[in-house]
Each structure stands twice: as C-alpha cells, then as structure tokens.
Design a protein around this ligand. Structure first.
Ligand SMILES: Nc1ncnc2c1ncn2[C@@H]1O[C@H](COP(=O)(O)OP(=O)(O)O)[C@@H](O)[C@H]1O
Ligand SMILES: [Mg+2]
Length: 162
C-alpha cells in the first residue's frame, strides 16, 4: 500500500467591491485598511489618472503615521520610514520598461521588511510575489464617486475580509 497526500486550499482568490462617495471617504477607507497591513504586504493599485490611487495610499500612510505621501512628478519610488516602512511606487513613467522596477529599485528586497504600494504596477506585480492585493479604482457616477474592486491573490490575500 502507498499513500498520497494533497494540500487542499479552498480558494486562492477573493473579490470585494466597495463604493466610495468622496475624497474624505477614500482617505478613511485607506486608513482603516492600512491598520490591517504588515511588513511584506504588496498592494497594487490600478485605474485611470485621478481615480484616487494616491489618495488611497495617503490613507494607508496615515494609519502608519506617515503624512507626507504625495504624487511626485519625477520620483518613481519613495521609502517612507515608520515602524513599518511604506514603499510608494508610481510606475506610470515605467510602463514601457517595467522591469526597471526590479533592476533599479530593488523592490523585491524592500518587500521583505516593508509594505509596498505600487500605482500602475499590474504588469510587474506577479514577478514580485504571488501574494498580493489588487485594488482597481474606477470613476463612479458623479464627480466624486469612486469604486474599488479588491482582488486578493495567494495565501495572504486569498481569503482576506476587507
Ligand atoms: N471619491 C474620491 N476618492 C478619491 N479622490 C477623489 C474622489 N473624488 C474626487 N477625488 C479627486 O480625484 C483626485 C484623485 O487624485 P489622485 O489620488 O492623485 O489619483 P491617481 O493617483 O489615481 O491619479 C483628487 O484630486 C481628489 O480630490
Ligand atoms: Mg497617483
């Protein structure tokens, strides 16, 4: 007789949709969400310009005691030092050359000890880790409504409850 055993994971994917009514609510949601984060967490934010990706990262930063997150014109990646450091990347100018995120920015090393949030990073995120949360922001009805569709991947996020 011989035995075979299998690791059974019910699901490695989770999906949640949220409706955000104004900028203050985006910050507040980011702050609540930020309280759940820990070193090694990888968040990718997608959606058009002005959807609120940076606003959401500002909310996450607030939960970590970081108040100086901006949307810089030339800086692609910034490390904000705190009890848990936050690495904020805006990969928009690297869309043609996404591998520079690894070759030049050493994101894979930073990820071990930091929370990493990447705007415009959906092309590269899988190369960094199989555990990541994608937050897809979209414009909603009216000027200040936004939607967030959160898709969790991997062990860390597959069953995450927002
Ligand atoms: N519900 C909302 N959530 C976030 N930002 C909003 C919302 N409604 C209006 N805005 C505005 O949209 C802009 C979002 O900018 P930003 O966060 O830099 O977007 P992105 O990083 O996606 O380009 C800000 O000017 C903000 O005031
Ligand atoms: Mg931005």
């Amino acid at each position: 007789m011989h035995w075979a055993s299998f690791l059974f994971q019910p699901t490695n994917l989770s999906l949640v949709a949220l409706l955000i009514s104004d900028p203050a609510s985006m910050h507040e949601w980011g702050e609540e969400f930020g309280k759940e984060l820990r070193a090694g967490d990888l968040i990718v934010l997608t959606g058009p310009l002005g959807a609120g990706k940076t606003a959401l990262v500002q909310g996450i930063g607030k939960a970590l005691g970081i108040l100086d997150i901006t949307s810089p014109t030339f800086v692609i990646s910034r490390v904000h030092h705190a009890a848990i450091p936050l690495v904020h990347v805006d990969a928009y100018r690297l869309l043609d050359n996404p591998m520079a995120l690894f070759d030049d920015l050493d994101l894979d090393t930073l990820l071990d000890t930091s929370i990493v949030c990447i705007e415009w990073g959906s092309e590269v995120v899988e190369r960094l880790s199989h555990d990541y949360l994608e937050l897809a922001l979209e414009y909603g009805a009216g000027e200040s409504e936004r939607t967030i569709t959160a898709t969790g991947h991997g062990q860390r996020w597959g069953q995450f409850q927002l």
